[in-house]
Design a protein around this ligand. Sequence first.
Ligand code: ACO
Length: 326
Amino acid sequence: MTGVIRSVIAGCGSYLPERVLTNQELAARVDTSDEWIVARSGIRERRIAAEGETTSQLAIRAAERALKAAGLTADAVDLIVLATATPDLTFPATATRVQAELGIRKGFAFDLQAVCSGFVYALATADNFIRLGQASCALVIGAETFSRILDWTDRTTCVLFGDGAGALVLKAAPGRGDNSDRGILATKLHADGRQHDLLYVDGGPSATQTTGHLRMSGREVFRHAVGNLAGAIGEVLAVTGIAAADIDWLVPHQANLRILEATAKRVDIAREKVVVTIERHGNTSAASVPLALAEAVGDGRIRPGHLVLMEAMGGGFTWGACLARW
Ligand code: ACO
């Protein structure tokens, strides 16, 4: 057989902190309203990590659920890629904490920093290690505690974000090399560092020796988002020759309801095929795509054989898309 190695999605899991923070509660803290937040973003509530609850703890719970869904034990894992912009500590990588807590003693583990695009970047990275034969079973995790880097007095940002984690297990499996294969079929990543200052955190170990707070020019981010996302989707469709009409599910980064609906429209994917969780999760950065995947797999929407298109855009700017057959 002339086949190829594919990264097949073996399982999916997620975890949300218990505490729900509603728009009404936020309206009591800053000059905003439930109506404004829903109309501009689609968000009604978000989850907030408990005091002392860390990104690694959210990640470990999501990873355990993904492994269980895959019917695997942690000792199968030889790669962990953890996408986060809110690590437990500046170093070592939060992924190494996850590795230790899961009892994994082999392979390698690292964090990946592409903010809200982190999960799509992590999927592409793990897929490349697997297809090169350098890993056989990867945990790809998106986990964030954005509540820790928000300026809770800034109404233009604090209403938009939430905490959570999601994980996928990718396993190496032989494929035919065509679109009938299960697993990741195509990924496309982009960055444009000229937009660095439109979405950033104003602190860090080297520049300020502080953690800093998220700063965003929301209107400017919005202006770039739909074009960038639609472009990356177009590229993964073109490289595979798959038509938009054949996509079963679009699982977008949940930044803003208006952005994700406009993107689906631009690429001609029907609204009923778009997985939307933003009203209950807010923007959980790198966690948003795997959280949405876990929900749609859990309720039976995404099924084996389906074509699933993922996309995200975040600080940098960074953006990308990934097409997989479940
Ligand atoms: N409550 C009430 N009023 C507010 C609030 C608030 N929470 N925040 C801002 N306003 C006011 C503004 O001050 C402004 O008032 P003005 O007209 O008197 O100046 C008015 O509302 C309109 O503000 P805009 O910023 O123009 O509102 P817009 O329709 O652009 O919506 C939003 C703002 C939701 C941030 C939108 O621009 C957006 O979603 N941008 C993209 C953000 C994004 O996707 N970020 C994430 C991508 S990357 C990542 O995920 C990290």
